[in-house]
Write a protein that binds this ligand. Structure first.
Ligand SMILES: NC(=O)c1ccc[n+]([C@@H]2O[C@H](COP(=O)([O-])OP(=O)(O)OC[C@H]3O[C@@H](n4cnc5c(N)ncnc54)[C@H](O)[C@@H]3O)[C@@H](O)[C@H]2O)c1
Length: 385
Protein backbone atom coordinates (compact mmCIF):
# COMPACT_ATOMS: atom_id res chain seq x y z
CA UNK A 1 0.00 0.00 0.00
CA UNK A 2 1.47 3.37 -0.93
CA UNK A 3 1.64 5.69 2.03
CA UNK A 4 1.30 9.43 2.53
CA UNK A 5 4.45 10.49 4.36
CA UNK A 6 3.99 13.06 7.13
CA UNK A 7 7.22 14.96 7.81
CA UNK A 8 7.66 15.47 11.54
CA UNK A 9 9.83 17.68 13.66
CA UNK A 10 10.42 16.66 17.28
CA UNK A 11 10.89 19.37 19.90
CA UNK A 12 12.17 17.87 23.15
CA UNK A 13 14.41 14.86 22.58
CA UNK A 14 14.11 13.30 26.04
CA UNK A 15 12.24 10.22 27.19
CA UNK A 16 9.05 10.81 25.19
CA UNK A 17 10.75 12.20 22.09
CA UNK A 18 12.60 8.89 21.82
CA UNK A 19 9.38 6.91 22.34
CA UNK A 20 7.96 8.57 19.23
CA UNK A 21 11.13 7.79 17.26
CA UNK A 22 10.82 4.16 18.30
CA UNK A 23 7.14 4.00 17.28
CA UNK A 24 7.93 5.62 13.91
CA UNK A 25 10.76 3.12 13.38
CA UNK A 26 8.40 0.14 13.65
CA UNK A 27 5.59 1.56 11.55
CA UNK A 28 5.67 -1.66 9.51
CA UNK A 29 3.96 -3.20 12.55
CA UNK A 30 0.74 -1.58 11.32
CA UNK A 31 -0.79 -3.53 8.44
CA UNK A 32 -3.58 -1.37 7.09
CA UNK A 33 -2.51 2.25 7.16
CA UNK A 34 -1.91 4.44 4.13
CA UNK A 35 0.18 7.00 6.02
CA UNK A 36 3.50 7.03 7.90
CA UNK A 37 5.49 9.55 9.93
CA UNK A 38 9.04 10.44 9.01
CA UNK A 39 11.08 12.39 11.57
CA UNK A 40 13.08 14.82 9.46
CA UNK A 41 14.20 17.34 12.08
CA UNK A 42 14.78 17.42 15.82
CA UNK A 43 15.38 20.11 18.40
CA UNK A 44 16.51 20.11 21.98
CA UNK A 45 17.97 22.96 24.04
CA UNK A 46 20.58 20.44 25.08
CA UNK A 47 22.52 19.60 21.88
CA UNK A 48 23.66 16.21 23.18
CA UNK A 49 20.00 15.06 23.40
CA UNK A 50 19.59 15.37 19.63
CA UNK A 51 22.66 13.21 19.03
CA UNK A 52 20.75 10.00 19.83
CA UNK A 53 18.33 10.86 17.02
CA UNK A 54 21.10 11.59 14.57
CA UNK A 55 22.68 8.23 15.39
CA UNK A 56 19.48 6.16 15.45
CA UNK A 57 16.96 7.80 13.13
CA UNK A 58 18.23 7.82 9.53
CA UNK A 59 15.45 10.14 8.29
CA UNK A 60 16.70 13.05 10.45
CA UNK A 61 18.12 15.74 8.16
CA UNK A 62 18.54 18.61 10.61
CA UNK A 63 19.13 19.14 14.33
CA UNK A 64 18.57 22.43 16.15
CA UNK A 65 18.96 23.86 19.62
CA UNK A 66 16.49 26.69 18.95
CA UNK A 67 12.97 25.46 18.19
CA UNK A 68 12.21 28.63 16.21
CA UNK A 69 14.75 27.54 13.60
CA UNK A 70 13.02 24.17 13.35
CA UNK A 71 9.65 25.90 12.92
CA UNK A 72 11.09 27.99 10.08
CA UNK A 73 11.94 24.78 8.19
CA UNK A 74 9.33 24.57 5.38
CA UNK A 75 9.84 20.81 4.97
CA UNK A 76 8.01 20.03 8.21
CA UNK A 77 4.26 19.27 8.29
CA UNK A 78 3.76 18.42 11.95
CA UNK A 79 5.45 18.57 15.33
CA UNK A 80 5.65 16.34 18.36
CA UNK A 81 6.49 18.51 21.35
CA UNK A 82 7.62 16.88 24.61
CA UNK A 83 9.19 19.52 26.84
CA UNK A 84 8.78 20.50 30.53
CA UNK A 85 5.39 21.97 31.41
CA UNK A 86 6.59 25.57 31.92
CA UNK A 87 7.50 25.67 28.20
CA UNK A 88 4.23 24.28 26.81
CA UNK A 89 2.39 27.58 26.29
CA UNK A 90 5.16 29.47 24.50
CA UNK A 91 6.32 26.61 22.29
CA UNK A 92 2.87 25.15 21.48
CA UNK A 93 1.58 28.62 20.52
CA UNK A 94 4.58 29.23 18.27
CA UNK A 95 4.09 25.81 16.64
CA UNK A 96 0.40 26.51 15.98
CA UNK A 97 1.14 30.01 14.65
CA UNK A 98 3.76 28.50 12.33
CA UNK A 99 0.92 26.45 10.80
CA UNK A 100 2.33 23.07 11.85
CA UNK A 101 0.03 20.33 13.17
CA UNK A 102 0.81 19.42 16.76
CA UNK A 103 0.72 16.41 19.01
CA UNK A 104 1.60 18.07 22.31
CA UNK A 105 2.31 16.43 25.59
CA UNK A 106 0.02 16.84 28.55
CA UNK A 107 -0.91 18.76 30.58
CA UNK A 108 -1.04 21.34 27.73
CA UNK A 109 0.21 24.28 29.77
CA UNK A 110 1.63 24.56 33.26
CA UNK A 111 -1.62 26.03 34.61
CA UNK A 112 -5.05 27.15 33.50
CA UNK A 113 -3.87 30.54 32.28
CA UNK A 114 -1.20 28.93 30.08
CA UNK A 115 -3.79 26.46 28.82
CA UNK A 116 -6.18 29.32 27.91
CA UNK A 117 -3.45 30.95 25.82
CA UNK A 118 -2.92 27.68 23.94
CA UNK A 119 -6.70 27.32 23.39
CA UNK A 120 -6.81 30.87 22.02
CA UNK A 121 -4.02 30.12 19.52
CA UNK A 122 -5.92 27.00 18.39
CA UNK A 123 -9.08 29.05 17.83
CA UNK A 124 -7.11 31.50 15.70
CA UNK A 125 -5.61 28.71 13.53
CA UNK A 126 -8.53 26.35 12.76
CA UNK A 127 -6.64 24.70 9.88
CA UNK A 128 -4.03 23.28 12.28
CA UNK A 129 -4.82 19.89 13.87
CA UNK A 130 -3.86 19.81 17.55
CA UNK A 131 -4.11 16.78 19.83
CA UNK A 132 -2.89 15.89 23.30
CA UNK A 133 -0.80 12.82 23.98
CA UNK A 134 -2.56 10.10 26.00
CA UNK A 135 -1.86 6.50 25.07
CA UNK A 136 -3.36 4.20 27.73
CA UNK A 137 -6.92 4.19 26.33
CA UNK A 138 -5.42 2.42 23.29
CA UNK A 139 -4.81 -0.76 25.32
CA UNK A 140 -7.28 -3.36 23.97
CA UNK A 141 -8.76 -3.84 27.47
CA UNK A 142 -9.44 -0.09 27.74
CA UNK A 143 -10.93 -0.08 24.23
CA UNK A 144 -13.23 -2.91 25.32
CA UNK A 145 -14.41 -0.80 28.28
CA UNK A 146 -15.03 2.15 25.92
CA UNK A 147 -17.15 -0.14 23.71
CA UNK A 148 -19.19 -1.29 26.71
CA UNK A 149 -19.81 2.33 27.74
CA UNK A 150 -20.83 3.14 24.16
CA UNK A 151 -23.25 0.18 24.28
CA UNK A 152 -24.77 1.52 27.52
CA UNK A 153 -24.32 -1.84 29.21
CA UNK A 154 -23.89 -0.68 32.79
CA UNK A 155 -27.49 0.13 33.74
CA UNK A 156 -27.46 2.70 36.53
CA UNK A 157 -23.82 3.51 37.16
CA UNK A 158 -23.01 2.91 40.82
CA UNK A 159 -19.54 4.45 40.80
CA UNK A 160 -16.42 4.99 38.71
CA UNK A 161 -12.85 4.80 39.85
CA UNK A 162 -9.88 5.69 37.66
CA UNK A 163 -6.25 6.20 38.51
CA UNK A 164 -2.64 6.26 37.52
CA UNK A 165 -0.21 5.06 40.16
CA UNK A 166 3.59 5.12 40.21
CA UNK A 167 5.94 3.91 42.90
CA UNK A 168 9.44 5.01 41.92
CA UNK A 169 9.28 8.14 44.11
CA UNK A 170 8.98 5.95 47.19
CA UNK A 171 12.78 5.80 46.95
CA UNK A 172 14.01 8.88 48.87
CA UNK A 173 17.42 8.59 47.16
CA UNK A 174 15.87 9.24 43.72
CA UNK A 175 17.34 12.49 42.42
CA UNK A 176 15.28 15.64 42.03
CA UNK A 177 14.33 16.54 38.44
CA UNK A 178 12.08 19.11 36.73
CA UNK A 179 8.99 17.04 37.48
CA UNK A 180 9.49 17.66 41.23
CA UNK A 181 9.77 21.45 40.97
CA UNK A 182 6.82 23.83 40.88
CA UNK A 183 8.54 26.24 38.48
CA UNK A 184 8.89 23.59 35.77
CA UNK A 185 6.14 21.07 36.56
CA UNK A 186 3.51 23.43 37.98
CA UNK A 187 1.41 23.75 41.11
CA UNK A 188 -0.73 20.80 39.94
CA UNK A 189 2.19 18.45 40.68
CA UNK A 190 1.18 14.83 40.15
CA UNK A 191 -2.21 15.90 38.74
CA UNK A 192 -0.58 17.83 35.87
CA UNK A 193 1.77 14.98 35.21
CA UNK A 194 -0.61 12.02 35.42
CA UNK A 195 -4.10 13.49 35.47
CA UNK A 196 -4.84 13.73 31.75
CA UNK A 197 -4.15 10.00 31.49
CA UNK A 198 -6.77 9.38 34.18
CA UNK A 199 -9.35 11.80 32.77
CA UNK A 200 -9.10 10.92 29.08
CA UNK A 201 -11.73 8.16 29.13
CA UNK A 202 -14.12 9.75 31.68
CA UNK A 203 -14.10 13.00 29.68
CA UNK A 204 -14.55 11.12 26.40
CA UNK A 205 -17.57 9.40 27.98
CA UNK A 206 -19.00 12.83 28.89
CA UNK A 207 -18.49 12.35 32.63
CA UNK A 208 -17.62 15.89 33.69
CA UNK A 209 -17.62 16.34 37.47
CA UNK A 210 -20.09 18.84 38.89
CA UNK A 211 -17.96 19.16 42.01
CA UNK A 212 -14.61 18.05 43.35
CA UNK A 213 -13.17 17.51 46.83
CA UNK A 214 -9.42 16.94 46.73
CA UNK A 215 -6.92 15.46 49.15
CA UNK A 216 -3.34 16.26 48.13
CA UNK A 217 -0.22 14.95 49.83
CA UNK A 218 3.49 15.69 49.88
CA UNK A 219 5.24 12.62 51.20
CA UNK A 220 8.96 13.07 50.47
CA UNK A 221 9.85 16.71 51.33
CA UNK A 222 13.49 16.76 50.12
CA UNK A 223 15.53 14.95 47.51
CA UNK A 224 19.22 14.80 46.62
CA UNK A 225 20.24 17.06 43.74
CA UNK A 226 23.08 14.79 42.58
CA UNK A 227 25.74 17.15 43.96
CA UNK A 228 25.49 16.13 47.60
CA UNK A 229 22.82 18.68 48.53
CA UNK A 230 19.25 17.93 49.64
CA UNK A 231 16.76 20.26 47.94
CA UNK A 232 13.01 20.76 48.42
CA UNK A 233 10.76 18.41 46.48
CA UNK A 234 7.98 20.92 45.97
CA UNK A 235 5.24 19.23 44.01
CA UNK A 236 2.27 17.18 45.24
CA UNK A 237 3.18 13.51 45.29
CA UNK A 238 -0.33 12.10 45.46
CA UNK A 239 -3.82 13.39 44.76
CA UNK A 240 -7.23 11.85 45.43
CA UNK A 241 -10.20 13.62 43.84
CA UNK A 242 -13.71 12.73 44.96
CA UNK A 243 -15.97 13.97 42.18
CA UNK A 244 -19.71 13.96 41.63
CA UNK A 245 -20.81 13.40 38.06
CA UNK A 246 -24.21 14.34 36.74
CA UNK A 247 -25.15 13.59 33.15
CA UNK A 248 -28.56 13.75 31.49
CA UNK A 249 -29.40 10.27 32.69
CA UNK A 250 -26.90 9.39 35.41
CA UNK A 251 -25.58 10.68 38.71
CA UNK A 252 -22.68 8.90 40.38
CA UNK A 253 -19.50 9.39 42.40
CA UNK A 254 -16.19 9.23 40.53
CA UNK A 255 -12.94 8.77 42.41
CA UNK A 256 -9.84 9.86 40.49
CA UNK A 257 -6.34 9.34 41.82
CA UNK A 258 -2.89 10.25 40.58
CA UNK A 259 -0.07 8.92 42.73
CA UNK A 260 3.67 9.06 42.42
CA UNK A 261 4.02 7.08 45.60
CA UNK A 262 1.85 3.97 45.47
CA UNK A 263 4.01 1.12 46.83
CA UNK A 264 4.09 -1.81 44.46
CA UNK A 265 2.76 0.02 41.41
CA UNK A 266 5.38 0.70 38.74
CA UNK A 267 3.04 2.25 36.18
CA UNK A 268 -0.53 1.20 36.88
CA UNK A 269 -3.31 2.88 34.89
CA UNK A 270 -6.80 1.60 35.58
CA UNK A 271 -10.50 2.25 35.25
CA UNK A 272 -13.30 0.48 37.08
CA UNK A 273 -17.00 1.09 36.45
CA UNK A 274 -19.66 -0.58 38.52
CA UNK A 275 -23.31 -0.56 37.52
CA UNK A 276 -26.59 -2.23 38.37
CA UNK A 277 -26.58 -4.27 35.12
CA UNK A 278 -22.87 -4.62 34.37
CA UNK A 279 -19.51 -3.83 35.94
CA UNK A 280 -16.08 -3.80 34.29
CA UNK A 281 -12.46 -3.19 35.08
CA UNK A 282 -9.21 -2.85 33.17
CA UNK A 283 -5.81 -2.25 34.69
CA UNK A 284 -2.38 -2.21 33.06
CA UNK A 285 -1.27 -4.30 36.07
CA UNK A 286 -2.81 -7.21 34.17
CA UNK A 287 -2.51 -5.76 30.68
CA UNK A 288 -3.97 -8.77 28.94
CA UNK A 289 -7.02 -9.20 31.10
CA UNK A 290 -10.33 -7.44 31.23
CA UNK A 291 -12.85 -8.18 33.94
CA UNK A 292 -16.61 -7.92 33.68
CA UNK A 293 -19.59 -8.76 35.83
CA UNK A 294 -22.97 -8.96 34.10
CA UNK A 295 -25.90 -8.98 36.49
CA UNK A 296 -29.57 -9.79 36.22
CA UNK A 297 -31.82 -9.33 39.27
CA UNK A 298 -31.46 -12.28 41.63
CA UNK A 299 -28.67 -13.77 39.51
CA UNK A 300 -25.13 -14.72 40.42
CA UNK A 301 -22.64 -11.90 40.98
CA UNK A 302 -19.42 -13.29 39.52
CA UNK A 303 -16.50 -11.54 37.88
CA UNK A 304 -15.46 -12.97 34.52
CA UNK A 305 -11.79 -12.42 33.80
CA UNK A 306 -10.89 -12.95 30.16
CA UNK A 307 -7.63 -12.56 28.28
CA UNK A 308 -8.35 -9.61 25.99
CA UNK A 309 -7.11 -10.48 22.51
CA UNK A 310 -4.44 -8.28 20.88
CA UNK A 311 -7.20 -6.52 19.00
CA UNK A 312 -5.98 -2.98 18.62
CA UNK A 313 -7.65 0.09 17.14
CA UNK A 314 -5.27 -0.19 14.14
CA UNK A 315 -4.55 -3.69 12.79
CA UNK A 316 -1.04 -5.04 13.32
CA UNK A 317 1.08 -8.02 12.38
CA UNK A 318 0.79 -9.36 15.95
CA UNK A 319 -1.45 -12.40 16.43
CA UNK A 320 -4.52 -12.12 18.66
CA UNK A 321 -3.13 -14.38 21.39
CA UNK A 322 -0.07 -12.21 22.10
CA UNK A 323 0.36 -9.52 24.74
CA UNK A 324 -0.08 -5.81 24.21
CA UNK A 325 2.22 -3.35 26.03
CA UNK A 326 3.11 0.30 26.69
CA UNK A 327 5.02 0.82 23.44
CA UNK A 328 2.15 -0.74 21.51
CA UNK A 329 -0.21 1.85 23.01
CA UNK A 330 2.17 4.62 21.95
CA UNK A 331 2.23 3.24 18.39
CA UNK A 332 -1.58 3.06 18.29
CA UNK A 333 -1.89 6.65 19.55
CA UNK A 334 0.50 7.79 16.83
CA UNK A 335 -1.52 5.90 14.22
CA UNK A 336 -4.67 7.71 15.38
CA UNK A 337 -2.95 11.10 15.19
CA UNK A 338 -1.41 10.51 11.76
CA UNK A 339 -4.73 9.10 10.52
CA UNK A 340 -6.41 12.40 11.47
CA UNK A 341 -3.69 14.44 9.76
CA UNK A 342 -4.27 12.57 6.50
CA UNK A 343 -7.99 11.75 6.63
CA UNK A 344 -9.40 14.42 8.98
CA UNK A 345 -12.69 13.18 10.41
CA UNK A 346 -12.76 10.10 8.16
CA UNK A 347 -10.32 8.13 10.32
CA UNK A 348 -10.50 4.38 10.02
CA UNK A 349 -11.59 3.64 13.61
CA UNK A 350 -13.63 5.71 16.06
CA UNK A 351 -11.17 6.40 18.90
CA UNK A 352 -9.33 9.67 18.17
CA UNK A 353 -6.55 11.13 20.33
CA UNK A 354 -7.30 13.36 23.32
CA UNK A 355 -8.42 16.79 22.17
CA UNK A 356 -7.30 20.24 23.37
CA UNK A 357 -10.85 20.67 24.74
CA UNK A 358 -10.40 17.54 26.86
CA UNK A 359 -7.02 18.84 28.05
CA UNK A 360 -8.71 22.18 28.85
CA UNK A 361 -11.38 20.34 30.86
CA UNK A 362 -8.64 18.60 32.83
CA UNK A 363 -7.23 22.03 33.78
CA UNK A 364 -10.65 23.11 35.07
CA UNK A 365 -10.76 20.01 37.27
CA UNK A 366 -7.15 20.35 38.55
CA UNK A 367 -7.68 24.07 39.32
CA UNK A 368 -10.84 23.22 41.26
CA UNK A 369 -8.90 20.47 43.07
CA UNK A 370 -6.23 22.95 44.19
CA UNK A 371 -8.96 25.31 45.45
CA UNK A 372 -10.61 22.42 47.26
CA UNK A 373 -7.43 21.46 49.05
CA UNK A 374 -6.67 25.09 49.94
CA UNK A 375 -10.11 25.74 51.41
CA UNK A 376 -10.99 22.28 52.66
CA UNK A 377 -14.27 22.66 50.74
CA UNK A 378 -16.01 20.80 47.95
CA UNK A 379 -15.69 23.05 44.87
CA UNK A 380 -18.60 23.15 42.41
CA UNK A 381 -17.69 23.29 38.72
CA UNK A 382 -19.96 25.19 36.35
CA UNK A 383 -19.24 23.83 32.86
CA UNK A 384 -21.43 26.44 31.17
CA UNK A 385 -18.53 28.91 31.43
N1 LIG B 1 2.54 10.39 27.45
C1 LIG B 1 3.28 9.89 28.42
O1 LIG B 1 3.14 8.74 28.82
C2 LIG B 1 4.34 10.75 29.05
C3 LIG B 1 5.34 10.17 29.84
C4 LIG B 1 6.33 11.01 30.37
C5 LIG B 1 6.30 12.37 30.13
N2 LIG B 1 5.30 12.90 29.37
C6 LIG B 1 5.25 14.37 29.06
O2 LIG B 1 6.24 14.63 28.07
C7 LIG B 1 6.80 15.91 28.28
C8 LIG B 1 8.31 15.77 28.41
O3 LIG B 1 8.57 14.81 29.40
P1 LIG B 1 9.83 13.83 29.31
O4 LIG B 1 9.61 12.78 30.34
O5 LIG B 1 10.06 13.44 27.90
O6 LIG B 1 10.95 14.84 29.82
P2 LIG B 1 12.52 14.78 29.59
O7 LIG B 1 13.11 15.63 30.66
O8 LIG B 1 12.98 13.38 29.42
O9 LIG B 1 12.68 15.51 28.16
C9 LIG B 1 12.40 16.88 27.99
C10 LIG B 1 13.41 17.41 26.98
O10 LIG B 1 13.05 18.76 26.66
C11 LIG B 1 14.28 19.45 26.44
N3 LIG B 1 14.09 20.89 26.50
C12 LIG B 1 14.05 21.69 27.58
N4 LIG B 1 13.90 22.98 27.19
C13 LIG B 1 13.82 22.97 25.83
C14 LIG B 1 13.66 23.99 24.85
N5 LIG B 1 13.52 25.28 25.17
N6 LIG B 1 13.66 23.62 23.55
C15 LIG B 1 13.80 22.33 23.19
N7 LIG B 1 13.96 21.33 24.09
C16 LIG B 1 13.96 21.65 25.40
C17 LIG B 1 15.19 18.92 27.55
O11 LIG B 1 16.56 19.20 27.29
C18 LIG B 1 14.85 17.44 27.52
O12 LIG B 1 15.71 16.71 26.65
C19 LIG B 1 6.09 16.50 29.50
O13 LIG B 1 5.02 17.30 29.07
C20 LIG B 1 5.55 15.27 30.23
O14 LIG B 1 4.39 15.55 31.00
C21 LIG B 1 4.34 12.10 28.81
Amino acid sequence: MSKTIIRFGVIGCGLMGKEFASAAARWCHLTQVDFAPSIVAVCDANASATQWFQENVPSVEAAYTDYKELLANPNIDAIYCAVPHNLHAQIYIDIIKAGKHLLGEKPFGIDQEANSLIQQAILESPHVIVRCSSEFPFFPGAQQIATWVEENKFGKIIEVEAGFWHSSDLDPTKLINWKRRTATNGEYGCMGDLGMHVLHLPLRFGWKPQSVRALLSKIVPNRPDGNGVMVPCETWDNAILACEVQTESQQFPMLLSTKRIAPGHANTWFIRITGTAFSAEFTTKNPKQVASLPYTPGGIQAWHVADAPYKSAYATITGGIFEFGFSDSILQMWAAFCDELVHNEAIQQPFYCATPEEAGDSHIIFTAALASYRTGQTIPIDWRN
